[in-house]
Design a binder for this molecule. Structure first.
Ligand code: MN
Length: 312
């Protein structure tokens, strides 16, 4: 491995510049704050907050600034340097984004990007804004109603019919998610302009380079200030707020689907889901399925088998 990227705040970059004062290079690259060269490492800091350490001494040098430098498994490939979050991101003004519904056979995918300015962090935490997976539906509805008018956000719902259409055309779920996240974030940036967030944090569902590959050919690709982390709802409350608003929309949509089915449809992708799908096929015909489910899940085949058994 001979290159490492750290994500740093402007203060930290200023500290670095001072630290490398004697090794500074005369020329900055485009978008650069400073460039410096030690005997075994070149350090380049960019206005975007990215600081690139290159050369055989990159790890030693980067570790001066971070106790732990997370080395991605394939970080020896030049294309995938390890990325770390800026120090203190948890108390910054951040756009967070998260999605719900990708593992549920019934129902859409909902994606929300939400902007939480640092002054709003305390009351949101007080309210109990945390990962929607830890909260009951009732609690989610109660919290969502309190935050939806206070927090600027964008909600995108990928309905089942559209999902099935895209999936049949060969689009992976990962790509659908990438497109939705990118679009939701763009909407929020437009909403809050001219204010800019300190960072944009996506609850990670793929490696960053795969995410950007999915976005190739898009008119706007939000890249500036974007960070990825798993369990991001624990890193910034904006991701937790996004996760709650996404689940709130999912639950509401799910209730509509239950009304259209004429019975309560279950979440997840387990046996009870196969049975519910079989019931739906018997009552409304197979052609009703695409409006309710993600057809390519194995549950479709299982439901059809159950219907066959019942009819024989
Ligand atoms: Mn997530």
């Amino acid at each position: 491995m001979d290159n490492i990227v750290l994500r740093c705040g402007q203060n930290e970059i200023a500290k670095m510049q001072k630290y490398y004062e004697v090794s500074l290079l005369a020329k900055n690259p485009p978008g650069g704050v400073f460039a410096a060269k030690t005997k075994d490492c070149t350090i380049t800091a960019y206005k975007s907050g990215k600081v690139l350490f290159q050369g055989s001494g990159c790890e030693t040098e980067a570790k001066k600034w971070r106790e732990k430098v997370a080395i991605a498994p394939d970080s020896h490939s030049q294309k995938q340097p390890s990325c770390l979050l800026p120090d203190g991101i948890g108390s910054m003004s951040v756009i967070g984004s998260d999605e719900v519904g990708t593992g549920d056979y019934f129902g859409p995918i909902t994606v929300v990007a939400a902007y939480v300015k640092n002054g709003d962090i305390p009351w949101l935490k007080e309210l109990g804004v945390r990962d929607s997976k830890d909260l009951t539906d009732d609690k989610i509805i109660a919290i969502a109603r309190q935050i939806k008018d206070a927090v600027p956000y964008s909600l995108l719902i990928l309905k089942n019919e559209k999902y099935n259409q895209l999936q049949r055309a060969g689009m992976s779920q990962g790509k659908m998610k990438a497109l939705l996240h990118n679009q939701a974030i763009q909407h929020v940036l437009n909403k809050i302009a001219p204010i800019k967030p300190d960072a944009i944090l996506i609850d990670q569902f793929v490696q960053a380079n795969t995410y950007y590959q999915h976005l190739k050919g898009q008119k706007t690709i939000v890249k500036d200030l974007v960070y990825f982390s798993t369990k991001a709802e624990g890193i910034h409350v904006a991701v937790a707020a996004a996760s709650i608003l996404a689940r709130y929309a999912f639950v509401q949509y799910f209730n509509k689907l239950s009304a259209a089915a004429g019975f309560t449809i279950p979440k997840g992708a387990g046996v009870q889901v196969d049975q519910a799908a079989a019931k739906l096929i018997i009552q409304q015909g197979r052609e009703a399925l695409p409006k309710f489910v993600k057809l390519h899940f194995a549950n479709t085949e299982k439901a059809l088998q159950l219907v066959k058994k019942k009819r024989s």
